[in-house]
Design a protein around this ligand. Sequence first.
Ligand SMILES: [Zn+2]
Length: 490
Amino acid sequence: MSRDYKSSQANSAINTFNNGHNLRNGKVHWMGLAASIAILGSIFFLSTDNAKATRNEALVLAPNTALDISSETITAPATRITLPLAIPQGSAGNGTGTREKPTFSQPKNSAKQTQPKLPENNIDWRTATVKSGDSLALIFARQGLSPQQLDRVMRADKSTAALKRLMPGQQFTFHIDNDQLQHLVYKIDALNTLNIRRNAQNEYVVATDTREMESRITNTTGVIDSSLFLAGMAAGMSDNLIMELAGIFGWDIDFVLDIRSGDHFTLVYEELYLDGHKQRDGNILAAEFVNRGKVYRAVRYVDAKNRADYYSPDGRSMRKAFIRTPVDFTRISSRFGKRYHPTLKKRKNHHGVDYAAPRGTPIKAAGDGKLTYVGRKGGYGKTVIIQHGGKYSTLYAHMSRIKPGSRRGKRVRQGETIGYVGSTGRSTGPHLHYEFRVNGVHRNPLTVRLPDAAPIKAQYKADFLNKAQSLVAQLDVLQRTNVALNDRGE
Ligand SMILES: [Zn+2]
């Protein structure tokens, strides 16, 4: 249960976080947490080994997705072997016995390599292993294939560029007939295989076959003693999974300031397997976090456009429409309201918040919206204004550089970089001047009540509620099981 903690793990967690913004692929919206995470790093070092967790492997909650091994996938044999085209009689055929591409697995030892021979329909597969210093030309030449054939293969499709990234130990599997390449199989990596086939018109047709990892659904729970990270590690969670959990609830819970001993969490998540070996954790499907007795629950939903997001079981977004702080700042150099203006040397109303940050620090769009101003704007210097629906707008000033490609009317997504911290216009040093307006009126960005992001769309609501119900039922089961375990005086 205990796991050695190393500082490098903490750093990697933070790096993963910083590099992990991925709004487009339906990943969690992380930005709101950026400042907290920098502080979380220090929490790693506070204490050790006192987080309690229970992991409940016995509860299998949902059917696993079937392992998708495409019939196109070929695991190349280690040595030259002869394979029957047709599936031998009596084998567990699936009705596609005459398919051109056989599926076979790597023989365990040479004694077992003798395959049943069907002389009328044999394919002579030859395997070549990439050696140090090899080139594609050399590999083709060793098979007796002309440079012209290699050239035709390479021109067939741009995906053949994968053939150029040779690493010693990789394998090519050739089917050559009458000195003509008929079929070439090249395993790009564990998931992707390139198949190049000669068709009846004597053209090479290229296809990349991608295997999907098998998703197994599992669950875990943890009780916090000192920090989410220690409890997460004790619960067997990877750094990424802990960050994802923090990202889901980070809009409601400040994981530095709000956390108390005894807070606990439960999650149902995917583990991704390939050939029976776990590759990595997948997505969190449902999670519960109890903070000072208050229960927060979230369910993941993927819509028809393949966009994933987290919602409360009744369909409210777990996110806010705006991130509170659109930049990773070092300090707040000026607050909202009356102040003495250092440049103008008089008292003036400050309509925003100034965040001091190093020149070049990325500035993020606080919410989804449309650019309504891009360019220089008097004392504001290089400025961007975003309109968010009819009611809200945000302004970002003194940029050193506006993100290239920005123009009026362009849509931006929450967390997307729109420019970089600078000191253009009337400014004494690099900082972001940030304004938040509601119906045209300036509001304090630090305290204004941020609206929730849009709830589940009406067209998905019924489907969402249906799926959420089953996930919530799983959380309930886990909750009861853990209470029972804890009551036994664990
Ligand atoms: Zn300012």
